[in-house]
Design a protein around this ligand. Structure first.
Ligand code: NAI
Length: 476
């Protein structure tokens, strides 16, 4: 075994990995984290997909493109005149890169603060014995490190469409979608999931004609149907073309762009020629180069590392968290698993409540939810009560000039326990936290209805939707 010995080695420095490393260090362990992501200069870029090509840069571009859209379309409603409005895409992308770098550097700082040793390179298993595991780190120099516990947090990669590999020039993954240098006149997205809708929104706001091709016949199948319908109405109004129930055929990429053959829901053959294509049809767990075979690490048929409810793999003292294991591919789910694993290694009772993991789609209007949807409750045969409140009747939303959407509560018919909260509208990415806290504490809808909410605030819509469960809204 290597003489560079650690109590815990974390492989991967994304939200699952870096948070696990920090929590383990807080608990008194000697911790190392290995991550191979490189910035443009070949240096480390901690934070994984989320920080480098996911959550953070997409939110930076969503914000910039929203400002642009407001300046062009909505400032006039406020009596603000804008002349000579223009776009400097290079500057917009540069700002996004700065935001990413601030986050990268922030994690390096946190590692120093918490005394986590950082290795820049790719970690792979070499061998195991009674004392733990030996790992090879292939970076600028090759090193060998060993650990009693290993936490694998290697994330996921974009899934390519068969026969249309990503070239990040014409056929783009989430990575290339964040680096388009000129606004494409025509843009297609395959997959109307989270990435499809967020990236489609960015480039539509900046001026692209956007078509989204979705295989499923229903829009946002995992979202509460009423909320998904409301969101679709808003996206249609904005001019985002969403085609459901399609079958994508041959995709040809050439000098002039991309040509996509597809069949619509009626079975009619169609052709779409676009400047760029973003493929956002889900992601696959990443175990590339891990050499799990050397130690007998078990994967499932999807290529995910097999773990139990506590994130234990089939190997003693080897754990796995985040996108590389079962469950939703969300940064905050990975973080919670990372913390729980570090605490379990310390003999504590780390816990992740999968029923209260919030979901957010950062489109405009934003979509956010926690818990069960109405269609799920119906399928289960559970007796429930529902209450909704539209932002149209909320004073703050009117003052903001953004009254799209609603808040919806679902509560148990007998006990009134909140079973799900679903939102579409302004800033619901922030409003959903109240619902998460309420569900974590097993609150009833009456609990929320009795709590004093600041006026005027969007959060009053949450209170009113809770009141609506008992059919006693005050402002609608
Ligand atoms: P997704 O799973 O959200 O959506 C993929 C969509 O593509 C589905 O609607 C699916 O029916 C469709 N699809 C699959 N194969 C297709 C085909 N051949 N033709 C047409 N449509 C097809 O996956 P997405 O958007 O790629 O995102 C990947 C992961 O990243 C997700 O797990 C998501 O939760 C996560 N993510 C989360 C964000 C957030 O929390 N705001 C932001 C971006 C990504």
């Amino acid at each position: 075994m290597s003489d560079k010995k650690f109590d815990v080695v974390v492989i991967g420095g994304g939200p699952g990995g870096y948070i696990a490393a920090i929590r383990a260090a807080q608990l008194g362990f000697n911790v190392a984290c290995v991550d191979e992501w490189k910035n443009g200069k070949g240096g480390p870029a901690l934070g994984g997909t989320c920080t480098n090509v996911g959550c953070i840069p997409s939110k930076a571009l969503l914000q910039s493109s929203e400002h642009y859209e407001h300046a062009g379309k909505h400032f006039a409603d406020h009596g603000i005149k804008v002349e000579g409005l223009g776009l400097d895409i290079a500057k917009m992308l540069g700002r996004k890169d700065t935001v990413v770098k601030q986050n990268n550097d922030g994690i390096l700082y946190l590692f120093k603060k918490n005394k986590v040793s950082f290795f820049h390179g790719r970690a792979s298993f070499s061998k195991t014995d009674d004392t733990g595991y030996e790992l090879k780190v292939a970076g600028a120099a090759e090193e060998s490190i060993s650990a009693r516990h290993v936490i694998i947090a290697t994330g996921s990669n974009a899934r390519a469409l068969p026969g249309a590999a990503f070239d990040e020039e014409n056929i783009l993954s989430n990575d290339g979608a964040l680096r388009i240098g000129n606004v494409p006149k025509k843009l297609a997205l395959i997959g109307s999931g989270v990435i499809g809708l967020e990236m489609g929104s960015v480039w539509r706001r900046l001026g692209s004609e956007v078509t989204v091709l979705e295989a499923l016949p229903t829009f946002l199948g995992a979202v509460d149907e009423q909320i998904a319908k409301e969101a679709k109405k808003a996206f249609d109004k904005q001019g985002l073309k969403i085609e459901l129930g399609v079958k994508v055929g041959e995709v040809k990429s050439g000098k002039k762009g991309v040509s996509i053959a597809w069949t619509n829901a009626k079975g009619e053959d169609q052709k779409l020629d676009v400047d760029k294509l973003i493929v956002s049809i889900g992601r696959v767990p990443n175990t590339i180069g891990l050499n799990g075979e050397a130690v007998g690490l078990k994967l499932d048929e999807r290529g995910a590392i097999v773990v139990d409810d506590e994130c234990k793999t089939n190997l003693p003292n080897v754990w796995a968290v985040g996108d590389v294991v079962r469950g939703p591919m969300l940064a905050h789910k990975a973080e919670e698993e990372g913390v729980a694993v570090a605490e379990r290694i310390a003999g504590q009772h780390g816990h992740v409540n999968f029923n209260t993991i919030p979901w957010v789609i950062y489109t405009s209007p934003e979509i956010a939810w926690v818990g069960q949807t109405e269609q799920q409750l119906k399928a289960e045969g559970r007796a429930y009560k529902a209450g909704t409140f539209p932002f149209l009747a909320n004073g703050r939303a009117r003052a903001l000039g953004d009254t799209t959407g609603m808040v919806k509560f679902l509560a148990d018919a007998a006990t009134d326990e909140i079973l799900g909260v679903h939102m579409v509208g302004p800033q619901v990415s922030e409003l959903i936290s109240e619902a998460v806290v309420a569900m974590e504490f097993k609150a009833s809808s009456e609990d929320i209805a009795r709590i004093c909410h600041a006026h005027p605030s969007l959060s009053e819509a949450t209170k009113e939707a809770a009141l609506a469960v008992d059919k006693r809204t005050l402002n609608f």
